[in-house]
Design a protein around this ligand. Structure first.
Ligand SMILES: [Zn+2]
Length: 397
């Protein structure tokens, strides 16, 4: 068993100690020390980082009540100098202690227990016994939690026996443990916890819930950020809001209504464009029908989308009895359609029988079929086949 310096003070950043053992496994060195302040991943809290004699600690785990430090090379001396990445650790202390107080506030305000805690590199989250967390509840919880932070209450650690631990209100010692760490937030709560915590709530700075996610079974996950993470989040979001404000020429307070207004104007404009486009297609279809010299109309378009050709086809057939082969090069799609007069021609059946040979996929009814192709060449070959096929029928209007 090694001595855990983080239990004595989570603020120890540098120390010298003796190497107990070094074991090589798959090219990595698993080192145990007489004393360590490196916290392995535990209780939802992320593992620390840092160096041992200048060698980066790549991983940490606990086994047989000992912390193993995974290094890319073995330290040479018996006595080593250890250095904790304290910026990383302090961030973890802020998120972890923030979780204690946030969970407590949800319990106070909404009688919602926290069933789990997870700390990620970006967000930390708790799972709460609430089917949903409405916006007002989020604000209320944030306000109350931040009030506690502003009061800068002390956070104390008590190392006690299981019997002594039971005397703290609400503390149930974990089974089999000989020594219990009880973390106290003065005047608020006692908690049996193995993580690292700040010594006063003011060190957390600020806490903000950034997202909630319904988990089912009456549970909701709340993602939050404390301290520098919350500041970074604010900076990123402030940049986004400022950029949008400039783009939309709006102040922060009118930004949302300005975007809503533009979105509704865009919807109206799109509708008008569609109406005008349809009118133009209608005129074009009438012209095509009028000027057609044969009942077979074949057109391939390099700049038109398939939806437009569908519409055009329907309007041509409204103007007379034709057989149409219309294709869109950008969409690699083709429509084959006919008027009621040519009932012997079954478009859907021809597609079903022939498409596979042209790497096409599609189908349709006796008077209307369409297909998409793997390549423009395949589509052109199929178009050629259809022209030949219809040519042999000697259609008469
Ligand atoms: Zn804790």
């Amino acid at each position: 068993m090694d001595r855990r310096l983080y239990n004595e003070s989570p603020y120890i950043k540098e120390w010298q100690t003796e190497v107990r053992d070094v074991v090589e496994k798959d090219g990595k060195y698993h080192v145990t020390l007489a004393e360590t302040a490196f916290f392995p991943e535990q209780g939802g809290q992320l593992a620390d980082g840092g160096t041992i004699d200048g060698i980066a600690v790549e991983g940490l785990y606990e086994k047989d009540q000992t912390v193993f430090h995974v290094l890319p090379s073995a330290p040479i001396g018996k006595i080593v100098s250890c250095k904790l990445d304290f910026a990383r650790r302090f961030d973890h202390m802020q998120q972890h202690t923030g979780q204690h107080i946030l969970s407590n506030v949800f319990e106070q305000l909404f009688k919602a227990d926290t069933s789990s805690f997870h700390m990620g590199e970006e967000d930390a989250s708790i799972e709460l016994a609430m089917p949903d967390i409405p916006a007002q509840a989020i604000k209320a919880a944030e306000d109350k939690t931040n009030e506690y932070l502003a009061r800068d209450l002390p956070v104390k650690t008590h190392i006690v026996s299981p019997e002594e631990a039971r005397k703290f209100p609400g503390v149930t010692p974990p089974e089999g443990a000989e020594v219990i760490r009880v973390v106290e937030i003065e005047t608020v709560e006692f908690n049996a916890c193995c993580g690292t915590h700040v010594s006063r709530l003011g060190e957390i700075g600020i806490i903000k819930i950034v997202k909630t996610e319904k988990m089912g079974a009456g549970q909701t996950r709340a993602y939050f950020k404390c301290g520098r993470r919350a500041l970074r989040d604010y900076q990123v979001k402030h940049d986004i809001v400022s950029t949008l404000g400039r783009q939309y020429k709006a102040t922060e307070t009118d930004l949302v209504s300005r975007i809503d207004l533009q979105a509704s104007q865009l919807k109206v404009a799109n509708k008008e464009i569609e109406t005008l486009k349809n009118k133009l297609l209608d005129i074009e279809a009438t012209e095509m029908a009028k000027s057609a010299t044969s009942p077979l109309i074949v057109r391939s378009y390099d700049d038109r989308h398939f939806d437009e050709l569908n519409f055009l086809g329907k309007h041509i057939l409204k103007n007379g009895n034709f057989v149409l082969i219309l294709s869109s090069v950008p969409d690699k799609r083709l429509v084959f359609a006919r008027g009621d007069k040519f009932a012997d021609l079954n478009c859907g059946k021809i597609f079903k029988e022939q498409l596979q040979a042209y790497n096409g996929k599609g189908g349709g009814s006796p008077n209307w079929a369409n297909a998409g192709f793997a390549s423009v060449e395949d589509m052109k070959r199929f178009e050629g086949f259809l022209v030949d096929f219809v040519g042999k029928l000697s259609l008469v209007v």
